[in-house]
Design a protein around this ligand. Structure first.
Ligand SMILES: Nc1ncnc2c1ncn2[C@@H]1O[C@H](COP(=O)(O)OP(=O)(O)OP(=O)(O)O)[C@@H](O)[C@H]1O
Ligand SMILES: [Mg+2]
Length: 259
């Protein structure tokens, strides 16, 4: 059974349609990336899973259970944690205090302390700055802190919204290496949003291209490695993707041509 199943979700903000029938399945232990331009619906997709927005149609199942309509804290308690776009760490609080906030739902103090030490062992730069105000960290360190804080909830599914934002390529690689290490040590499954596929293809198992609220292309990172099909789907060129790539199934096609 897949850990996460998103089935035909539709989301609207007022008159604005943000997702128009999105499907996505994530197996336990996978790293699945959603890439797409500004406004494609990437954050909305993660918010629909984490309980931040409520699709007016469709279904989301986590570990086989329907979670659509549950409040965010209940979904978090089931093991879903979101690293939000823009990190949202508390700049005037220390690194240690930010990590404590990540564990706010837990009461097992000894376990929390052990988790903190284990996570910090993977993040020596954060460990060295444990009593610094988080606002004084570099962008990359703040991203690491946002990830570490989310992992303090002991998730099974980590949703990471644009971890690369504003970071140099070398730092982005470090962030991904940490995410992959956490997958191993914490047994995480990852869904990661990015605006570009530049660095994603070498870290992800599967990639989905989202544009204007629909998945335009889905395939394994190996199938999409040359980037050609991704470019077509991303920019919405008319020409079909190369045969090696997974077929592009638009919502219009899956609904038999109805828009
Ligand atoms: N709270 C909101 N109210 C109204 N419209 C919204 C809201 N949040 C998102 N939208 C709109 O919904 C669409 C999808 O937005 P979303 O933030 O999910 O895209 P995104 O792919 O995450 O974009 P970005 O790469 O800029 O983060 C956009 O057109 C956006 O303007
Ligand atoms: Mg976004």
């Amino acid at each position: 059974m897949a850990l996460l199943e998103i089935e035909d979700i539709h989301v609207r903000y007022g008159d604005m349609v943000a997702l128009r029938g999105l499907d996505l399945t994530v197996e336990e232990g996978e790293v699945v990336c959603i890439i797409g331009p500004n406004g494609a619906g990437k954050s909305t997709t993660l918010a629909a899973v984490a309980g931040g927005v409520r699709p007016y149609k469709g279904e989301v199942r986590y570990d086989g259970k329907p979670i659509l309509g549950m409040p965010p804290d209940r979904i978090a308690a089931l093991g879903v944690s979101l690293v939000p776009e823009g990190r949202h760490i508390f700049g005037s609080l220390t690194v240690a205090e930010n990590l404590v906030l990540g564990a706010y739902m837990r009461s097992d103090r000894a376990e929390i302390a052990r988790d903190r030490e284990r996570i910090l062992a993977l993040l020596p730069r954060l460990a060295e700055r444990i009593d610094f105000p988080a606002g004084r960290l570099s962008g990359g360190e703040q991203q690491m802190l946002a990830v570490a804080r989310a992992v303090m909830t002991r998730p099974r599914l980590l949703l990471v919204d644009e971890p690369s934002l504003g970071l140099a390529p070398r730092i982005v690689d470090q962030i991904y290496e940490i995410l992959l290490e956490l997958r191993k040590t914490e047994g995480l499954t990852l869904v990661i949003n990015e605006q570009s596929s530049n660095r994603v293809l070498k870290f992800a198992d599967r990639v989905n291209v989202l544009r204007a609220g629909e998945i335009r292309l889905a395939g394994t990172a190996a199938e999409l490695a040359d980037g050609e099909a991704i470019r077509h789907a991303y920019f919405g060129f008319e020409k079909a993707a190369p045969a090696a790539a997974a077929p592009i199934q638009t919502q219009a096609q899956s609904q038999g041509g109805a828009a």
